[in-house]
Design a protein around this ligand. Structure first.
Ligand SMILES: *Cc1c(COP(=O)(O)O)cnc(C)c1O
Length: 394
């Protein structure tokens, strides 16, 4: 068995598990006892694959970026998750979870969202499946991310403001959890990354693993080999990264690179670079690395990119860091914006600011001209136009 797969207790090495209030136990237990069987069922796979193909638009292309390759002196391929319906990889997971929820007999869906991207991906699949959708979102975030709030409403979701605490993502998560505790029979909670109590990190990884499954086939066609020398992704919670790493984890020839958001700098006090500043602790139901004070209070993260602005990483990634299997690189706001503009100018692709962090990692790799590099272009930059405008240097 893989050293990097979850064990039967829900752990990756010393990270993972399910640290949940007793009241949540039955819900998580129901999921844990059923998810593998449901996902493994051929009918489920058939329906999942059909929607990925005809609704999401998969397989997404693996594009050889010629001008970017010339610039960095290596063969660079982009996995085009930006071409997925709704504009990013997140929908791969929400499609999987909505089909699972239906098979568990659930009638209603809840989710939490920070910037609104996962909320939109969830509202989308709820409309698709005809299930009721409530999305918890911090009141402060609702103000900052109005277009996504309206997108969710157009799709028929109810957006519920979280008015407690700092009125941001963690408060929205708390309120979603509370709702789930009170509605265990008919409700499924769709988590948006490889975080949360077991089995969520493993379940979400399995849904996103379609990314590297496709890369293997596509690279074989393009280069005559399945394995690149490097696979690169940005890590917020870590779902797009888990997806593109998954089929390479046990292949030590493939170097795994994770780009974290340094914000204004790793030592600035305004950062989201978890492996640089984090320590082991429990966040959102699992043992992982997170940024916290010495007495265990979660430190507010900061990044220019809303999708990477998270105080922890999923337990799989904490394990990849601890074992040295993945190399973590910190990319600050300024360098991510430069990389975003560079990709726009060299390839005609404006990336999401999250994905731009992965591209900036190219500057920190020691590349040879025969190296094959696959970068996960996790999302498109349309949603970030205002961020590019505010930065202004283009
Ligand atoms: C949400 C998001 C991310 C970060 O989430 P992960 O779970 O780390 O993948 C990265 N890129 C884009 C485009 C996103 O929308």
């Amino acid at each position: 068995m893989s050293k990097y797969a979850v064990d039967e207790r829900g752990y990756y090495g010393k990270f993972g598990g399910a640290f949940i209030p007793e009241m949540l136990y039955p819900n998580v237990e129901e999921l844990k006892n059923n998810y593998l069987e449901i996902i493994g069922d051929p009918d489920f796979q058939e329906e999942f694959r059909a929607l990925l193909k005809d609704y999401v638009g998969r397989p997404t292309p693996l594009y050889f970026a010629k001008r970017l390759s010339e610039k960095y002196g290596a063969k660079i391929y982009l996995k085009r998750e930006d071409l997925c319906h709704t504009g990013a990889h997140k929908v791969n997971n929400t499609i999987g979870q909505i089909l699972l929820a239906k098979r568990l007999g659930k009638k209603k869906i809840i989710a939490e969202t920070g910037a609104g991207q996962h909320g939109v991906a969830t509202a989308t699949v709820c409309a698709l499946a005809g299930l009721e959708c409530k999305v918890y979102m911090g009141a402060v975030d609702m103000e900052r991310q109005k277009p996504n709030v309206e997108r969710m409403r157009i799709l028929g979701a109810e957006v519920i403001p979280a008015e407690s605490g700092s009125r941001t993502l963690k408060d929205a998560t708390n309120e979603a959890m509370r709702h789930w505790i009170n509605n265990p029979q008919d409700t499924h909670y769709i988590i948006g990354s490889v975080v949360g109590p077991h089995p969520y990190p493993d379940m979400v990884t399995r849904f996103q693993a379609v990314i590297s499954e496709e890369v293997k086939k596509q690279l074989k066609e393009a280069e005559g080999r399945e394995n690149p020398d490097y696979v690169v992704a940005c890590v917020g919670g870590g779902s797009n990264a888990a997806g593109i790493y998954y089929h390479y984890l046990d292949n030590p020839d493939v170097k795994i690179i994770a780009a974290e958001a340094a914000g204004k700098g790793v030592e600035s006090g305004e950062t989201a670079a978890t492996t640089f500043k984090g320590t082991p602790g429990v966040l959102h139901g699992s043992m992982t690395l997170l940024m916290q004070t010495t007495d265990g209070q979660v430190v507010e993260p900061y990044s220019i990119s809303a999708g990477l602005d998270y105080p922890g990483i999923g337990p799989l990634h904490a394990h990849l860091f601890e074992t040295g299997r993945a190399k973590f690189i910190a990319v600050d706001d300024e360098n991510s914006m430069k990389a975003g503009i560079e990709l726009s100018r060299l390839e005609g692709i404006i990336p999401a600011v999250e994905s731009a962090h992965a591209f900036s990692a190219l500057n920190q790799l020691d590349l040879n001209e025969n190296d094959v590099v696959v970068i996960n272009l996790s999302g498109r930059g349309d949603k970030d136009l205002q961020t590019y405008i505010n930065w202004g240097k283009y």
